[in-house]
Design a protein around this ligand. Sequence first.
Ligand SMILES: [Zn+2]
Length: 304
Amino acid sequence: MPPEAVPESFARVLDLATALWLGFIGACIGSFLNVVAYRMPRGMSVVWKPSHCPRCGHDIRARDNIPVLGWLILRGKCRDCGERISPRYAIVEAAMGAAFFVLAYAEVFTGAGNLPGQLTQRSGAWETVWNPDWALIQLYAYHGLLLSILMTLALIDQDRQRVPWSIIALATVAVAVCTLAWPYCHPERTRNIRVKQWKAPLDALFGAAWAASPWIVWAGVRWFRGQGDAFARGFNALAAGAIVGAFLGLRPAVRITVAWLMIAGITTLAMRKSQRRWSSLLTLWLLTLLHLVFWDEFAHLFSW
Ligand SMILES: [Zn+2]
């Protein structure tokens, strides 16, 4: 039973306030991912040490640690020594905040209207968040986790570091648990059937295998020709593609990887002479967010 209705105008204000709050949580997660992406490949502890300036070593004060705003208040400089702080930190926080904000409207307040099939009759923040519809909130958290993991991989790849196995293990465990517990995490395969079955975990397996296959073929060809470093070079993309495939399933994986390969090819050509670097995993992050928001439309346009 949906909860008692509230006045329309109040419901809209509550939607906006809730989306801003979720967006703020997303920005805080983005702030944490910056730390993870910097420290993990360097073998540093992610949790125990507070953030500090890499030049003068002073801890970042709590009030300067607010996502996006902290960087703006400091105008991108360390308060103690004036060392430049890269805008990348603020951009990542803003991107994650925006993703959580947009997904709140697209997924939570529509009652998963962005997904194929139907999960719930509820809609609006009042009926879904403040009177929690747990299936919907699980879905939102599941997709938020995917975007968080993917952003971490993209930042690590942007720094030309190798993705650590621990993140891949975390993603694998998350997918295994979620697909077994909540089949509606793979709505295109299970059509939101709320019973336990093997369709969801199988779909995760097929999605991962599909997304990994072009890289395995490419690396295999290079290895066969004696260009043996291919597997190591493509490893980050392989891991990221497989994680997206596992989280979303085979059909989304096909749509996303085809678009990704095309766009990544064009970007590589366009940026051949540029000094700047744009990790193709950042493109994958954007495409994944786009697919989450317009999943149902894409499912109608490109399906089989
Ligand atoms: Zn400093």
